[in-house]
Design a protein around this ligand. Structure first.
Ligand SMILES: [Zn+2]
Length: 318
């Protein structure tokens, strides 16, 4: 059975062709808001056909197409209900790709797709209940329960980044204050790193960025802390506390077998995972002797979206 999984982003769309659970070939095209709805739909159709044919298959043998898209997605209808960056409201993207290809097309949110991809084909493959939390520009995520993606009513759920970890805390783009993503995203870590550096001119973090604060990244504090820098360690201790609280909240609600961490900050590896795991184990309600919870790095990286779009098509076909 041949399927196409498409990961639509603000700058590009990537597609993978899958045969019997295996990624055979992937391709990408650039996208931008000026393409408009029709332009994006046309590009996705071109991409789906191109990747299938270049893998040596006939497009007529494609069973279905899965698409992960940014924004609020009405997955039952195949409609992008709202995508701020592209100024899209009620755009029938899935319907249009289905019309142009004469294929079944299943549209879901990109973060949800990534979670399902990791759960089915990445580090989550051995678990039935697992969560993905991505620590990137924001904090995204998805929830897989009993092997199925949980989307909520009108697929508006699983917005883990907009749960509050600090009442009355930092203002979030969503309008609320103190959201998880205001403390645990890569952007939050970069902001905290810069603030700490400005107060500590002697910190080793300045050497890490060669004296240029504009070079601060999500790895700056990790590098300096590894050299024993106390200011960097304090930045990370605070980061771990908020991330740990956010993860503990989610574990207390869903009690998954695993929490998978993705996104740029997760590249820190054990320097992040070890303290987060210790913090979470101390703070969750039911202890881990009774119900162990693994906290692991996501493994599919940038391919999580295409795997997930494929996995989502499989789930909807069941
Ligand atoms: Zn928010």
């Amino acid at each position: 059975m041949i399927y196409v999984g498409i990961d639509l982003g603000g700058m590009s769309a990537k597609a993978g062709v899958f045969k019997d659970g295996e990624l055979i070939l992937k391709e990408r095209v650039e996208t931008n808001p000026s393409d408009g709805f029709q332009g994006v739909a046309d590009k996705l159709v071109f991409l789906a056909k191109s990747v299938t044919q270049n893998a040596g298959f006939s497009f007529k043998n494609v069973q279905a197409i899965g698409i992960g898209s940014p924004g609020v997605i009405d997955s039952a209808k195949g409609v992008v209900a709202k995508w701020g960056n592209y100024n899209w409201i009620d755009v029938p993207l899935g319907q249009e790709v289905a019309r142009l290809t004469d294929k079944k097309v299943y549209l879901t949110n990109d973060a949800n797709a990534a979670a399902l991809g990791e759960a089915k084909f990445g580090v989550g493959a051995k678990y039935k209940d697992c969560l993905l939390i991505t620590l990137g520009t924001g904090v995204g995520g998805g929830i897989v329960l009993d092997g199925k993606l949980f989307e909520g009513f009108r697929s508006a759920g699983a917005e883990v980044g907009h749960t509050v970890v600090e009442v009355g805390g930092r203002k979030c783009g969503c309008g609320r204050c103190g959201c998880f993503e205001q403390y645990s995203s890569a952007m939050a870590l970069i902001r905290d790193t810069k603030e700490a550096m400005e107060k500590a001119q002697g910190s080793a973090m300045w050497q890490v960025v060669e004296g240029d604060i504009n070079k601060v990244s999500g790895s700056t504090a990790f590098k300096a802390a590894a050299q024993g820098d106390k200011t960097a360690q304090a930045v990370l201790d605070q980061y771990v506390r908020y991330l740990g609280e956010g993860i503990a909240n989610l574990i207390n609600i869903f009690r998954p077998e695993a929490v998978m961490l993705g996104g740029g900050v997760s590249n820190a590896g054990d320097a992040l995972l070890t303290p987060v795991k210790a913090y979470v184990e101390q703070n969750i309600y039911v202890d881990t002797d009774y119900a162990p919870v693994d906290i692991v790095r996501a493994t599919l990286g940038n391919d999580a979206g295409i795997y997930g779009a494929y996995a989502y098509a499989l789930q909807r076909e069941e």
